[in-house]
Design a protein around this ligand. Structure first.
Ligand SMILES: Cc1cc2nc3c(=O)[nH]c(=O)nc-3n(C[C@H](O)[C@H](O)[C@H](O)COP(=O)(O)O)c2cc1C
Length: 468
């Protein structure tokens, strides 16, 4: 049992939102301190070529991301990157700052390892948050920005409201997610319709070639969901993030009257949605699975069901901050146990009926090249200014970055000022390499460059065909 799990009965006596604020203060103030950062990153960042994957033109050193809602104002990205995430999604951000719904609005269903939240997009607004992000951009791990609508905005003005946030954040996000699926903004879910998603992605594609995602609800009518997803893909979406929280209150024993349920209670629903989406869209668009992922086995199941990437939120609350490391280490074991040599090979293995037009994913040549390129199982990290990348991305005549195959270059990532080397994990025993102090410092440098650098591969492949 981890220290966190021993302490959690006491932590869980605190009001849930207060506990989150304390965690935020710690992650924001303490975790970025040089020695602390070094220690935590050394413990949690699992770097292994077996897990490294390119999705929607972005390079992920592992497939486990932080779901939206945990870091609504992008105040914790430095600390969070030391917990070993392959990517972070911040927000939901709205154009105008807003307080969200009245408190209390976050509850634990401890028996069911689940949360119920009615937060209502409390956030500091797109200008303040994008200004904060500018200080850190570019990052070494992809950073997504989740975009929502202000509560007071009329339904008829929603498109403009989404557009304004996108424009405010365009320069500081690696990808963008349109959130039409929160149950906590009145009528937001009504925007999950074919005509709105068509307008939304068409609008967004006039501004950017960066990857764009739609985050969907688990409570949609399945036929309608398929139509909405299909139209999103046609109109420029790179992929779908499935799912947001559910309003199926039969899933917990003592539900509150409002808010969405997440965590273990959502697991089956979220998995079922992924299965349905995979059967129609695997290989056509990127699928990211979120909802009840709290173990390596669960993450692996989602990958085998067609999710190129996974995200976690509630699992962090119930399993603690080592969740990401545990998932990544466990994934290495699962991959090896199945006789695969790379995460990529497991992708979509359990989909019963795959769409006919699916292209067989290519093997990750880039991974192998990256290894050849480097010495002694190290990854060399390079960067160039993000603006160059944005220029390149946005000046392309190609309408959708995910439709244009391009570079399969090795992922060379280098710090702005000097080369750093990161010791890779030993994939044979599926554990993170125990490196001496100096190596830990280097591993730290790499993980904290999440805040300072963007991988060369990420930049070079801004227009690449998703490998998944
Ligand atoms: C307290 C809380 C706040 C959330 N806020 C957001 C949000 O602002 N935007 C969003 O897209 N999803 C939000 N979510 C949903 C999560 O991103 C995720 O989709 C959902 O919790 C299911 O994942 P999980 O079971 O791992 O928690 C929130 C979830 C929780 C628990």
């Amino acid at each position: 049992m981890s220290l966190y799990q021993m302490l959690s009965p006491y932590l869980f006596k605190l009001d849930a939102e207060k506990a989150h604020s304390w965690a935020e203060s710690f992650i924001k103030r303490v975790m970025p301190l040089p020695l602390v950062q070094d220690y935590i990153a050394g413990k949690n960042c699992v770097v292994d070529k077996v897990l490294s994957i390119e999705v929607a033109g972005m390079r992920f050193y592992n497939p486990v991301g932080l779901a939206a809602g945990f870091d609504k104002n992008a105040t914790m990205i430095k600390g969070l990157s030391t917990l070993g995430f392959g990517f972070l999604e911040i927000g939901t951000i709205t154009q105008a700052p807003q307080e969200g719904n009245p408190k209390p609005r976050l509850f634990r269903h401890t028996q069911e390892q689940s949360l119920q939240n009615a937060m209502g997009f409390n956030n500091q607004g797109s200008l303040a948050i994008s200004k904060r992000l500018k200080e850190f951009y570019p990052y070494a791990i992809p950073l997504g920005i989740n975009i929502g609508k202000n509560k007071i905005i009329a339904q008829s003005d929603s498109l403009k409201n989404y557009e304004n946030v996108l424009l405010d954040c365009l320069e500081v996000g690696d990808y963008f997610t349109f959130n039409l699926s929160s149950p906590n903004t009145p009528n937001l879910r009504d925007l999950q319709n074919v005509s709105f998603v068509q307008e939304l992605f068409a609008m967004a594609r006039t501004h950017t070639q960066k990857p764009l995602f739609l985050k969907i609800s688990p409570d949609m009518d399945k036929d309608e969901m398929l139509k909405v997803v299909e139209m999103s893909a046609k109109s420029g979406a790179s992929g779908i993030i499935a799912t947001n929280t559910t309003i199926d209150y039969t899933l917990v024993q003592n539900p509150k009257q409002s808010g969405g349920i997440s965590g273990a209670a959502l697991k089956q629903k979220s998995k079922e949605i992924l299965r349905i989406l995979s059967e129609s869209f695997f290989g056509k668009i990127v699928l990211i699975s979120v909802g009840g992922i709290d173990s390596p086995q669960e993450a692996y199941e989602r990958i085998k069901l067609g999710a190129s990437l996974v995200q976690v939120y509630s699992g962090l609350v119930f399993q603690g901050p080592s969740l990401c490391k545990n998932i990544n280490e466990g994934l290495l074991q699962c991959i090896q146990a199945d006789g695969f040599t790379h995460l990529h090979e497991a992708l979509g293995q359990d989909i019963k009926t795959k769409p006919k037009t699916r292209k067989k994913p290519e093997p990750e040549k880039a991974q192998d090249e990256s290894v050849k390129d480097t010495q002694d199982s190290t990854i060399v990290i390079k960067t160039k200014p993000i603006r160059a990348r944005n220029k390149k991305a946005d000046s392309s005549e190609d309408a959708h970055s995910h439709t244009k195959p391009k570079s399969t270059k090795a992922p060379k990532v280098e710090s702005k000022t000097k080369k750093t080397r990161v010791k890779k994990a030993d994939s044979t025993n599926a554990t993170k390499a125990k490196s001496p102090r100096t190596k830990k410092t280097q591993s730290l440098q790499d993980s904290t460059q999440a805040l300072e650098t963007t991988s060369q591969a990420q930049q070079d492949s801004a227009h690449d065909l998703p490998k998944e």
